[in-house]
Design a protein around this ligand. Structure first.
Ligand code: KIV
Length: 291
């Protein structure tokens, strides 16, 4: 029996000064393999707006789309904790609407939700969600859903004053009940200071080496998304080249008649084949091929 990662496991990892891994996944088979590889947390990130749906920012994805991807990922996962990113405007209208949308994700297989930002409304929402049995992961530092108000992909916490502000937000998130916090694009010294002053684990997304968790977008890790590569992303493969190579070879093989071959077709046999050959204009030319 595979042991499922829970919020308790995640907290124990921080308490024991260990580390955990988190990767995004958007479809069934990728989630299945990532889970088999032993990744602890799988995030159905709203980054799928860009990597899977081709939008320019994360703003364009909605609840219904996130539900489709969440269902697929949850089906593939046995061990990891599945966290769904709540998309832009799915938790901002009012608390009732937000609780309903977050609850939908849990109903279809997510184990927790992630929401961006830290203000009084968000703290109230987190209390309501946790009080309803929905674990919440926070997200501060650079928050992509606030791209237009932040004014670009800017590093956050670049000085002590700003770092204190992020820490104050994180402390309020912790008080409201989050079980972990993603810290995005923050210098590692600032991230260490923030993490050391929190009880819950901090997950680095470009926040350096001193955090309890490390998260990466799977398309960056696989070398599949090629439009840009954030400084903190590490490409462990070259899936773009692999896809190009496979698709080009298939294209050539189809056009040259090399695909399908004898082993890749269904054949009639015995009397049925004889009857078919005598009653149709097809003739057998080579192997089992009919031309
Ligand atoms: O959407 C996403 O993939 C994320 C992670 C990179 C933290 O929010």
């Amino acid at each position: 029996m595979v042991k499922k990662i829970t919020t308790t496991t995640i907290q124990k990892i921080k308490d024991n000064n260990q580390r955990f891994s988190m990767l995004t996944a958007y479809d069934y088979s990728t989630a299945k393999y990532i889970d088999e590889a032993g990744i602890d947390v799988i995030l159905v990130g709203d980054s799928l707006a860009m990597t899977a749906l081709g939008y320019e920012t994360t703003h364009s994805v909605g609840v219904e789309e996130m539900k489709i991807f969440t269902k697929a990922v949850a089906k593939g996962v046995k061990h990891a904790m599945v966290v769904t990113d709540m998309p832009f405007m799915s938790y901002h209208i009012d608390i009732a609407d937000a609780v309903k949308n977050c609850g939908e994700m849990i109903k279809i297989g997510a184990n927790a939700v992630k929401i961006e930002g830290a203000n009084d409304y968000i703290f109230t929402l987190i209390r309501r969600l946790v009080g309803s049995g929905i674990p919440v992961m926070g997200h501060v530092g650079f928050t992509p859903q606030f791209l237009n108000t932040i004014g670009g992909y800017n590093i956050q916490g670049k000085n002590f004053e700003n770092t204190e502000k992020i820490l104050a937000q994180a402390v309020e998130l912790e008080k409201a009940g989050v079980f972990a916090i993603v810290l995005e694009m923050v210098p590692e010294e600032s991230a260490k200071y923030i993490g050391d002053n929190l009880k819950v684990p901090v997950i680095s997304c470009g926040a350096g080496r001193y955090c309890t968790g490390q998260v990466m977008v799977c398309d960056d890790l696989f070398g599949k998304f090629s439009e840009f590569k954030p400084k903190f992303a590490r490409r462990y493969g070259d899936m773009k080249s692999l896809i190009l190579e496979c698709a080009s070879k298939f294209n050539e093989d189809v056009k040259s008649g090399n695909y399908p071959n004898d082993d890749e077709v269904f054949n009639l046999s015995g009397d049925e084949l004889e009857k078919f050959l005598s009653e149709t204009k097809f003739t057998k030319t080579s192997g089992d091929k009919l031309c």
